[in-house]
Design a protein around this ligand. Structure first.
Ligand code: COA
Ligand code: AMP
Length: 630
């Protein structure tokens, strides 16, 4: 296939292109109205289509006589458990979970929060919600009660599904106490919880409010799938914005199903029967799209992995699983490979395994530096495909579309726009920039099927965050450029969002928490480069004159505060006390300049800076604290 021809058709002949792709999924009512555009801000895909996403992912395969094919493999090195589930087994379990939710009062359109570790019942619960037309919102298990409370407040779930505990490297995370605390903090109260008791650590249940997952599911009758409209919401996934309030990204049913199927064929080149492994977590968009929905819709076997690339028990885990389950397509965040390389620099573990089934490795979630790509390609002798996307889109914006034609790889670029995405680079005034000119990476609206139609309960914020800055374009929040060959280079966020180990976090939110401490006069939190996690947060604080805190005392308290409010995975471990922060004459803190000073990359002193000598002070403090790269 010719990439240019296929891509151009998706842009120039949108309705024809997506009607054709939509015809490949089993609708209950095939849409006639493919793209409905009111104006450049308001549009919808497949408006009159009707379907059920759980049916597409599960029942359809059973109906087609493929019920005995494997849908999920569960491998949990942290609990020494391995299990496999056929499509028929998934259908039975999901139908009974749906029956339990129904018994607890869940109907089409209701919301359910799922706060669970990486266990099969997390994926099954998502599918059970989809089956009922209920809207799930999965909250990553690493989030602290405060973050969970914010999501409960906003999503207003009738029911929360959770577990007694999760298991991380060498420690148990008690989910149930976190959930109890979150419910106490939120002013909205769910009417019930369903709690999966895990043998590693059980928890107390409150009679009449907390229901034991296994007992309830066993006692429930299976519930059938319902018909939903293409534009009905399938899920809400909260992601970090620039403030303490996360954005509730909404995903619809119809566009999502079409996009998931399309991406499996054309981006990942994955076929029915393939083993597709996305080593992520169902709490992130990668987990939603490529652990649960897309592989199942495409009839692949998906892997639910409860472990880490290292220390569970060692850096061989990924390679071991690829051999054991004959993984054909693998996808993870670059951090995972950096961690493996650090723990196994001579690739001793790697050499023990046979990766002959593996065709391609995909990376995304954060920028992947060329050295990691080189190392991985040399080591595995497989194509390493970097692709760029975000929670908002739900699937790749820029990629080397492996199911179309593999284009030559250019280091540092995720290759070319995926079908349906008209990527442009704009300057501050909204003018389209030419080749190699860096600016705001934007996408001309309408975005293709599957991308966010709005933010949950907040159309105003949706427009303000993504559409208002450049009318007619969606603002991705990333900066970058397109070269003369049309390759897109993503250079990093242009807002207060950072990526720590592939986890998207808001430095704006961290600043809000740090400045809530009584001794802090002002602060800045910036993302500085880190060898393993890509970026890590650094807090710079100015103390009030009245403060009698020692540096060590304030550092300890601020680190504990961010950990308690956001969670351990924010990895907020470094705070330095400074006398002043560099600002423009109008009082804006120069965060980007500080980041460049500390990362040791060349920069020009902004002409608007009030007092350039503060940058030298910051550098000196960073050098003394051994956090500076130079
Ligand atoms: N639940 C609870 N806590 C969690 C968690 C979860 N799901 N995930 C991470 N944490 C905690 C960790 O236990 C750690 O706590 P600590 O400060 O008490 O030690 C903290 O958050 C920081 O975690 P992390 O930075 O991930 O360090 P780690 O040593 O646990 O693991 C890696 C390092 C590289 C193995 C891990 O970051 C990793 O697998 N990264 C890939 C991430 C990924 O796949 N992202 C998907 C996005 S596409
Ligand atoms: P998330 O919404 O958590 O998936 O994070 C999305 C953000 O991660 C993007 O806006 C980028 O900043 C970054 N990102 C994701 N994939 C890539 C990639 N392949 N290259 C560079 N940055 C990436």
């Amino acid at each position: 296939m010719d990439y240019n021809h296929f891509y151009n058709e998706s842009i120039l002949n949108k309705e024809y292109f997506w009607r054709n792709q939509a015809s490949k999924i089993a609708w209950f009512k095939t849409p006639e109205n493919i793209l409905n555009v009111d104006n450049e801000e308001n549009y919808s895909w497949f408006e009159d289509g009707e379907l059920n996403t759980c049916y597409l992912a599960v029942d359809k395969h059973v109906d087609e006589g493929k019920g005995d094919k494997l849908a999920f493999i569960y491998d949990s090195p942290v609990t020494n458990t391995k299990k496999q589930f056929t499509f028929l087994e998934v259908k039975e379990r999901v139908s009974k979970i749906a029956g339990s939710l129904k018994k607890l009062g869940i109907e089409k359109g209701d919301t359910v929060i799922i706060y669970m570790p990486m266990v099969p019942d997390a994926a099954f619960s998502m599918l059970a919600c989809a089956r009922l037309g209920a809207v799930h919102s999965v909250v990553f298990g690493g989030f602290a009660p405060h973050e969970l409370a914010i999501r409960i407040e906003d999503a207003k779930p009738k029911v929360v599904i959770s577990a007694s505990c999760g298991i991380e490297i060498e420690k148990i995370i008690p989910y149930k106490p976190f959930l109890d605390e979150a419910i106490a903090l939120a002013s909205f109260k769910p009417s019930a919880t369903l709690i999966l008791q895990r043998d590693t650590q059980r928890c107390d249940l409150k009679a009449g409010f907390d229901f034991d997952f296994e007992t309830t599911v066993t006692a429930s009758s299976p519930a059938d799938f319902v018909t939903v409209k293409a534009t009905d919401p399938l899920y809400i996934l909260y992601t970090s914005g620039t403030t303490g309030k996360p954005k509730g990204i909404v995903r619809d049913n119809g566009g999502h199903a079409v996009a998931m199927r399309f991406s499996m064929e054309y981006v990942y080149n994955a076929k029915e029967g393939d083993v597709f492994w996305a080593a992520s977590d169902v709490g992130w968009v990668v987990g939603h799209s490529y652990i649960v929905y897309a592989p199942l819709i495409a009839g692949c076997t998906s892997i639910i992995f409860e472990g880490k690339p290292i220390k569970t028990p060692d850096p061989s885990t990924f390679w071991r699983m690829m051999e054991e389950y004959k993984v054909n397509v693998f996808f993870t965040a670059p951090t995972a490979f950096r961690a493996i390389r650090k723990e196994d620099p001579e690739s001793v573990y790697f050499r023990k395994y046979d990766l002959s089934a593996l065709r391609t490795i995909f990376v995304a979630g954060e920028r992947c530096e060329p050295s990691t790509i080189h190392w991985l390609r040399e080591l595995t002798q497989k194509p390493i495909i970097d692709h760029w996307w975000q929670t908002e889109t739900g699937w790749a914006i820029v990629a080397n579309m492996m199911g179309v034609a593999q284009l030559p790889v250019k280091e540092g670029s995720a290759t070319k726009p995926v079908c349906g995405y008209e990527v442009v680079i704009l300057d501050e005034e909204g003018e389209v920039l030419g080749p190699n000119q860096e600016g705001f990476v934007c996408i001309k609206t309408p975005l293709p099927p599957g991308c966010l139609p709005t933010l949950w309960n907040d159309e105003v914020r949706y427009k303000e965050s993504y559409l208002d800055k450049f009318p007619g374009y969606y603002l991705t929040g990333d900066g970058g450029y397109i070269d003369t060959d049309g390759y897109v280079f993503i250079m990093g966020r242009i807002d207060d969002v950072i990526n720590v180990s592939g986890h998207r976090l808001s430095t704006g939110e961290m600043e809000e928490i740090v400045s809530s401490h009584a001794a802090v006069a002002e602060c800045a939190v910036i993302g500085i480069a880190d060898e393993i996690s890509g970026q890590k947060p650094l807090g710079l604080v100015v103390l009030k004159d009245s403060s009698n805190y020692s540096d060590e005392q304030i550092q300890r308290e601020l680190i504990a505060l961010v950990r308690a409010q956001i969670g351990a995975m924010a990895a907020f471990r470094t705070v330095v006390v400074v006398k002043r922060l560099p600002k423009t004459r109008s009082g804006k803190i120069l965060r980007k300049t500080m980041r460049m000073v500390i990362d040791g990359v060349p920069f020009t002193i902004p002409s608007t800076i009030d007092d350039p000598s503060i940058l030298d002070e910051i550098k000196e403090i960073a050098v003394t604290a051994k956090i500076c790269k130079v």
